[in-house]
Write a protein that binds this ligand. Structure first.
Ligand code: HEC
Length: 456
């Protein structure tokens, strides 16, 4: 009896739903606010704005296709593993709503049904910063480049920052922009671009190199040897503090009651990587911080390059035409209890998949993130909350596709070695942890075979 009653109510509700048509303001706009507008608004990376009905209406059919295929919003974690607080994947009910709206002629509905518009921070920020450091004004040539430029932070006291956001101005060409903190040196040359380089062949791809050796490219125009030497003494041997990459959100440590220390008189290195747009452009990147109002309870630590696998070309060599080359794993040992709060797989154009596995001291194993179809164009951070006990080990596995079937592959006929340029490769499982203030940040992890130098 009871079940018949509920079936009847269900049918009734279904009928009401269909008759009362799905409208933009009532049903679709809330979904766009939550899942789309961070990118689809003026001044952001997406090609069109989805802030208004007028702006959205012409895209109804394309939106249906994009959400049904799960091309939008970009999200690549296999839902079988892990839990992510920034999970952008639409629930099936939201997909159904967008489909029904598009199929029903994309009606506007009543403006009084609209949710309150989101007050996005000014000037294209996602988090309104308390303090902004202007990076260099960089003339991006027609061909893609990777360069480092030092600027002063302007912070004359030790400062605990609670979020870090990097904002390019030329989204079209900004491939990644990372910042690291370095100690001020009196002879620093602010604003002078310095090349980060490998020994390259005539096609511009990295050559093999011996274990532990950092190749230097002699005679890079305009860069004296001593200028190059200025780079590389980062405070954080674990690598960069944060990056802008397409689709990446702000690094906000407040969610974990944590902060990161920027020592007094720090200089900031902007590591700039632009993709060729065919025409020269100018980028004016900035980094914005929110600043702790009171002493932080916990410390946020980013591990952004130390866990990378192998610059050694005898182990890291992706053969030509190999569709599924397995990299040696990254192995990270936890010497302390930590809260693992973020992961960001980083590979280049031949990256195929990456899986983060955790093995607890009890021997229990768990996959905490699996990205089965890595997309080089979307480097996403996955925010999580995993309590990792001292004595645990994280093993990260990755595969690379150096075959012509990989649409991003610029050249399947050559072996690929480790290198910073995107036509070279990296196997870099970035992650972030939060620890108590009394824990020594230098002793939290040990990396087997890590490369221990900065830069993604
Ligand atoms: C992280 C940023 C981001 C988010 C979030 C996002 N988009 Fe996009 N979207 C983009 C970018 C960049 C493009 C253009 C490049 C591309 O098509 O991959 C795009 C393209 C599109 C297109 C054109 C697709 C095509 O095939 O030409 C549609 C439609 C779209 N988005 C709808 C949505 C909808 C609906 C949502 C939310 C449910 C959403 N997007 C969320 C960044 C985003």
């Amino acid at each position: 009896m009871k079940s018949i009653f509920w079936a009847a109510v269900g049918m009734c509700a279904g009928t009401v739903f269909a008759a009362d048509s799905i409208t933009f303001h009532k049903n679709v706009e809330p979904i766009l606010q939550k899942n789309c507008q961070s990118c689809h608004r003026p001044g952001q990376i997406a090609p069109m704005s989805l802030l208004t009905y007028q702006g959205t209406r012409p895209w109804a059919k394309a939106m249906k296709a994009a959400v049904v295929s799960r091309k939008m919003p970009p999200w690549f974690a296999d839902p079988k593993y892990g839990h992510f607080s920034n999970d952008r994947a639409l629930p099936q009910s939201d997909i159904n709503t967008i489909v029904a709206w598009a199929d029903g002629g994309a009606p506007e509905g009543n403006a009084t049904d609209a949710p309150r518009p989101i007050a996005w921070p000014a000037d294209g920020w996602l988090v309104q910063p308390d303090y902004v450091v202007k990076g260099p004004t960089y003339k991006v040539p027609a061909k893609g480049v990777l360069a480092e430029v030092v600027v002063p932070s302007g912070l004359s006291k030790d400062t605990w920052i609670t979020s870090l956001e990097i904002k390019p101005s030329a989204y079209k060409v900004a491939h990644h922009i990372c910042v690291s903190f370095i100690a001020h040196k009196p002879d620093v040359k602010y604003g002078v671009p310095v090349w980060v380089d490998e020994q390259r062949d005539e096609t511009g791809s990295a050559l093999p190199r011996a274990k532990g050796v950092r190749n230097e490219l002699p005679g890079v125009p305009g860069v004296a040897k001593d200028e190059r030497a200025l780079i590389g003494t980062r405070f954080n041997p674990r690598g960069v503090e944060g990056c802008y990459v397409p689709g990446h959100q702000v690094m906000d440590y407040r969610a974990f009651h944590a902060a990161k220390l920027v020592p007094a008189n720090t200089d900031i290195v902007f590591q700039l990587h632009y993709s060729a747009a065919g025409t020269p452009m100018t980028d004016k990147p900035e980094v914005g911080f929110t600043i702790a109002k009171e002493p932080p309870q916990r410390r946020y630590i980013s591990y952004n390059s130390q866990p990378s696998v192998g610059t050694d070309s005898s182990v890291f060599r992706i053969p030509p035409n190999d569709p599924n080359w397995q990299s040696p794993p990254a192995e990270i040992f936890f010497n302390e209890d930590v809260q693992l709060v973020s992961m960001m797989p980083h590979m280049h154009e031949r990256g195929k998949d990456m899986t983060y596995n955790l093995e607890y001291p009890t021997g229990e194993k768990q996959i905490i993130l699996k990205v089965p179809r890595y997309d080089f164009n979307w480097q996403l951070g996955y925010e999580t909350d995993v309590k990792v006990r001292k004595g645990s080990k994280m093993t990260v596995d990755a595969h690379f596709d150096n075959s012509p079937n990989n649409k991003s592959n610029p050249d399947a006929s050559r072996p690929v070695y480790y290198g910073d340029q995107t036509g070279e490769e990296m196997m870099a499982p970035f992650f972030g942890v939060v620890v108590e203030m009394k824990q020594d940040p230098e002793k939290v992890i040990t990396v087997k075979g890590g490369r221990g130098r900065g830069g993604p």
